[in-house]
Design a protein around this ligand. Structure first.
Ligand code: XIL
Length: 372
């Protein structure tokens, strides 16, 4: 990359002003307005990216122009980094971290301790299940090594991801709603505390987050707050809560999201929206939608508008919003919970802006005239 983010952002601005004013599709230069520019210093707005994307010069330019914060979609997960105890492959993650650094973009670190995409060797020892003491030692070493490797390059770490579950058939939990993952089962509920202590030690300057989905659901909000308050009561540092915000056309209610943000802010915790996408299906796991009709895209844009307007009205509480991918061709929702049609992002499969993009752009511009 020879141009930095400032140069990308500055070059086409004059040409873009008419398009900005009318929120019209791409202007004659072929450029669309930059979301990062539109949000300015009022909100960090970003996306999950892959190493392959930032290695592609055209895509890299697109990313640098549109976004003001990045996260690796998979490259910084244990499954991607770990090659055995004390052995790592940082190549893809470093590609993303170096790109972010070069462009002056802050980077979210996702994620250290999770029940999915973990390191295969972590939970076994001599062909049997690992002992509690060994698992704690392995977790501490993994966190020290990985957080240490990226020290100074990561704004905030998702130290623990998805530890609580309520009302999901077939998922075992303890009495506090904590998922019976190998971490919880082998170490006990204090695995969270151990992880946050290790992360704080490895990078005293990175913000330490707990990240989860359905983080607006009242039971989960209560469990997350209790966990964070418990850590703080013991003097363990936790700085913020990440709301994944995998949404759908008719779910969740915006009022629940507002109430969750306010409740968590009252505890003095920072907040990021970490993985925003809005399925065209009315529910997150729905499979009835077969195509991106004009009507569905309009309804989706309306949802993006409502949520982004909410986040901008609470920008004293929410300091970053990231979408979970750039274009619809690569959304994880195409394969989760099974193969299906979806189109949940701001840009289509050809990276053309969708009505959702213009809705977000409008929310960004409107926020310039509204106090938080
Ligand atoms: C997803 C990625 O987008 C997929 O590419 C991967 O196959 C599975 O994980 N919650 C999270 C993210 O915290 O890490 C997940 O990302 C989506 C749900």
């Amino acid at each position: 990359m020879s141009l930095n983010r400032r140069q990308f952002a500055a070059a086409p601005l004059g040409l873009l002003l008419p398009a900005l004013a009318s929120a019209a599709p791409a202007n004659t230069s072929g450029e669309i307005p930059s979301l990062a520019e539109a949000f300015g210093s009022r909100m960090r707005f970003g996306s999950a990216v892959t190493a392959e994307q930032v290695r592609d010069p055209k895509l890299a330019a697109f990313i640098a122009r549109q976004f003001s914060i990045l996260v690796a979609e998979n490259a910084m997960k244990p499954q991607s980094l770990s090659r055995g105890e004390g052995r790592y492959d940082f190549s893809d993650a470093d590609t993303i971290a170096d790109f972010a650094h070069q462009q002056g973009l802050p980077l979210r670190g996702h994620t250290l301790v999770w029940h999915n995409q973990t390191a295969a060797w972590m939970f076994t020892e001599n062909g049997a299940e690992v002992s509690r003491a060994t698992l704690i030692a392995r977790m501490e070493r993994y966190i020290a090594d990985v957080v240490g490797h990226f020290r100074g390059r990561v704004l905030s770490w998702d130290v623990v991801n998805e530890a609580f579950v309520f009302g999901e058939a077939g998922v075992e939990t303890d009495g506090d709603g904590m998922r019976m993952s190998p971490w919880r089962r082998i170490i006990g509920p204090e695995f969270i505390e151990i992880a946050f202590r290790a992360a704080a030690k490895a990078d005293p300057h990175a913000l330490l987050f707990y990240n989860d989905y359905e983080s607006q659901a009242p039971q989960k909000v209560a469990a997350i707050r209790k966990m964070a308050q418990g850590l703080r009561a013991k003097g363990v540092r936790i700085d913020g809560i990440g709301h994944q915000m995998h949404c759908a056309r008719a779910w969740p209610p915006v009022a629940d999201v507002a109430a969750a943000i306010d409740a968590i802010a009252a505890d003095g915790l920072k907040q990021h929206v970490t993985e925003l996408d809005i399925a065209l299906n009315d529910q997150v796991t729905g499979t009835t939608v077969k195509a991106a009709t004009e009507e569905l895209l309009k309804a989706q844009a309306q949802r993006y508008s409502e949520l982004m307007t909410l986040f901008m009205s609470r920008r004293d509480k929410v300091s970053a919003v990231l979408v979970w991918g750039i274009g619809d061709a690569h959304s994880w929702l195409l394969n989760w919970p099974r193969a299906r049609f979806e189109a949940p992002l701001l840009f289509d499969a050809q990276l053309k802006p969708k009505p959702a993009y213009y809705a977000v752009l409008e929310a960004a511009n409107a926020s310039a005239h509204a106090a938080p």
